[in-house]
Ligand binder design. Structure first.
Ligand code: HEC
Ligand code: HEC
Ligand code: HEC
Ligand code: HEC
Ligand code: HEC
Length: 506
């Protein structure tokens, strides 16, 4: 940071009027014990790929970083209120504190004897890893036992993304971005998408990388650090999608309001090319220029659980946006044919209309997207029921679920990322593609009409996973109804089904 008087004044203004001002905080109070890294005695060569193994995270010129090299989000708040409001309460802002992550991290730490500290931390707290300040002490009872200085506990904070100078993915095993393949260079210069930005507080530098999906891919592609299995591959899914072909990056859906993202997916146009996108304005209260598009920093996905559970600022807004995002991604359709032995076959078609990757993506072995289907006849008899949620907040095992089933090297089911060796079954829905849920049911001879109700539901994780990680009954995992469809089949339809021809078109 520049140490001119003017800049010091601005910093003070930022501290006093900024968000969540904690006067108790001082850089010294939280200062961690000095961690001597191995590189100190044995300087690493300039081109070393992994100074924080097994993470791909790196620091420009192998500089040794201190916590004071990074600025907290509140230092940016006064001049960048729009970006700060979006980021506060986002999953990025709680990537370190997220209790589900911490609980799983603690399991990893115990199971692997500390070998995964940098791996998990590399994406969930890059500042903690590059400054060597993360401590693990389960007796603390705070989070899952992991603590770090405040700026490192901010997880994926402003100064992580805007200190990123390049991606070192060319050095990863597959050449794809992933496992935190970011190179950080914190300090005076903030790297971003503006070509002619001028700020009296910090230097600015245009970065093409920030406008690309690859930037997000550095963290949204996860390889097993030892067996290289692609555990999460949101970026790779995007790269082979029609959105990549149309040059529509992650930013155009996740850094704009949901309404705009829906238009992006329907019109297959970049957000900035939409008619009257209405996202212009000043990117800073101190900016001279008015920009055509200022980005929403909420990075909303499908998670409506963790921010409210932590009670962080803007949690309710993020939850509402996440639910809206889930309710606008899929479309449903159905058809019925007569099958063998007097049975009928119902097919419910689930279309991934508006996600730039598979549905679900990333933690495809934990996230639950399933169909809840009921067929009832004119006399009130339930002819088919599948996917009903029980009193224990879980649904029957025969339900149609869209996701992947992960197993370890011996084929035993596991959701622990360090144990996963392969997917035994894959059933996610590709972008702009569809999958069917198929069911068989029989009509009693006196049925004259019947009704089909189908719902597509979302749950961040099974109640059993939440109970295991957070304690039994600590959190009731909410269910989001993403889409529903119903259709009544009368006498004419019945005749047509028996013919047999399809009743509905698609
Ligand atoms: C996960 C990474 C990430 C985090 C965290 C993040 N940003 Fe950004 N920011 C971006 C990206 C990417 C862009 C450019 C998007 C584009 O042009 O496609 C951007 C754009 C900007 C811009 C340029 C104007 C605009 O809105 O487009 C400013 C200013 C900015 N960010 C400030 C901040 C501040 C302040 C914070 C913290 C409160 C923050 N950012 C947190 C990734 C991030
Ligand atoms: C390459 C970056 C990266 C690495 C490495 C990484 N994660 Fe994550 N993690 C993510 C991203 C991105 C998400 C969010 C995905 C989503 O919500 O769809 C996430 C989400 C999670 C979640 C779900 C949190 C929730 O509230 O739903 C858990 C649990 C988790 N990670 C545990 C771990 C553990 C344990 C490790 C180390 C063994 C690890 N992660 C390593 C990027 C990473
Ligand atoms: C005293 C006001 C002030 C403070 C404090 C401030 N900025 Fe800025 N920043 C600006 C101005 C002014 C611009 C230029 C905006 C424009 O031209 O549209 C800017 C531009 C940026 C850009 C765009 C750079 C580019 O070339 O694309 C980023 C990124 C950014 N700031 C990040 C941050 C971060 C992160 C912090 C906190 C650590 C921060 N700023 C604190 C005033 C400030
Ligand atoms: C430094 C690593 C990092 C970078 C860079 C990054 N992310 Fe993330 N992102 C994460 C982690 C870690 C989480 C999950 C936090 C958790 O669940 O605990 C996450 C969560 C998210 C979520 C919320 C997922 C949910 O379940 O609701 C979205 C959406 C997202 N990121 C989009 C983006 C986009 C778009 C970009 C690029 C502009 C980006 N991220 C860049 C690490 C990163
Ligand atoms: C065309 C719009 C679009 C694009 C492009 C897009 N996404 Fe998404 N994304 C969505 C929608 C809609 C959802 C909500 C449905 C879901 O959760 O899968 C979502 C969900 C997510 C989630 C949360 C998944 C979960 O349920 O845990 C993450 C993480 C994410 N996106 C990251 C990314 C990244 C990284 C990219 C770029 C490589 C990207 N997205 C590109 C629309 C998009």
């Amino acid at each position: 940071m520049k140490s001119t008087l003017r800049n010091r004044m601005m910093l003070i203004v930022g501290l006093v009027t900024g968000i969540s001002v904690s006067l108790m905080y001082s850089a010294g109070a939280d200062e961690p014990a000095k961690v001597e890294s191995k590189e100190a005695d044995n300087p690493a060569p300039r081109n070393i790929a992994q100074p924080f193994p097994p993470s791909m995270l790196a620091v420009a010129n192998n500089r040794k970083l201190k916590v004071e090299d990074f600025e907290e989000a509140r230092n940016c708040a006064t001049c960048h209120p729009r970006q700060t409001k979006g980021w506060l309460g986002s999953m990025h802002s709680i990537a370190f504190k997220d209790p589900v992550f911490q609980a799983e991290w603690a399991l990893a730490e115990k199971a692997m004897g500390g070998q995964l500290m940098n791996h998990c931390g590399g994406c969930h707290s890059p500042i903690g890893v590059t400054t060597g300040t993360i401590k693990f002490d389960p007796s603390l009872g705070k989070h899952g036992g992991f603590t770090a200085p405040k700026v490192a506990e901010e997880g994926v904070t402003c100064d992580v993304c805007h200190s990123t100078v390049r991606s070192n993915h060319a050095q990863s095993a597959s050449g794809d971005p992933g496992n935190a393949s970011l190179v950080l260079d914190p300090g005076e210069t903030k790297y971003g998408p503006l070509k002619n930005a001028k700020s009296g507080y910090h230097e600015t530098q245009y970065s093409d990388l920030h406008t690309k999906a690859e930037f997000c891919g550095n963290c949204h592609n996860i390889f097993h650090p030892f067996n290289q299995f692609p555990i999460e591959h949101t970026y790779d899914e995007w790269k082979t999608s029609p959105y990549a072909q149309a040059d529509i990056p992650c930013q155009d859906c996740h850094m704009v309001p949901v309404e705009t993202a829906v238009r992006v997916a329907d019109e297959m146009k970049r957000a900035r090319d939409l008619d009257q996108h209405g996202l212009g304005g000043k990117s800073s209260t101190k900016a001279r220029e008015t920009r055509d598009l200022v980005h929403d920093h909420g990075f909303v996905g499908g998670n409506a659980v963790i921010a409210p559970a932590l009670g962080v600022a803007n949690a309710e807004e993020h939850k509402i946006e996440a639910i809206k995002r889930l309710q606008n991604v899929a479309e449903l359709d159905m058809d019925i044919k007569s099958g063998k032995g007097g049975a009928h076959e119902l097919r419910v078609k689930v279309i991934n209309a508006r996600a730039g990757h598979h549905l679900p993506t990333s933690l495809t072995f934990i996230r639950l997207i399933w169909l809840d289907v009921t067929v009832t006849d004119d006399q009130g008899r339930v002819l088919l029921r599948s996917g009903e949620l029980g009193a224990d907040n879980r649904f029957d095992e025969d339900a149609v679920v869209f996701g992947n089933k992960s197993v370890d090297k011996d084929g035993k089911p596991t959701v622990n990322p360090w144990e996963i060796a392969r997917f035994e079954e894959m059933n996610t829905i590709p972008p702009k593609g569809y999958r069917y849920g198929k069911y068989a049911f029989k009509l009693p001879s006196d049925t004259k009409a019947f009704k089909v109700d189908a719902k597509l539901n979302y749950m961040s994780y099974d109640q059993a996973v939440a109970d295991k990680l957070l304690g039994k009954g600590a959190v009731k995992v909410p269910v989001v109804e993403m889409k529903s469809i119903n259709r009544v089949y009368g006498a004419a339809d019945l005749k047509a089904i028996e013919a047999p021809v399809k009743v509905s078109s698609n």
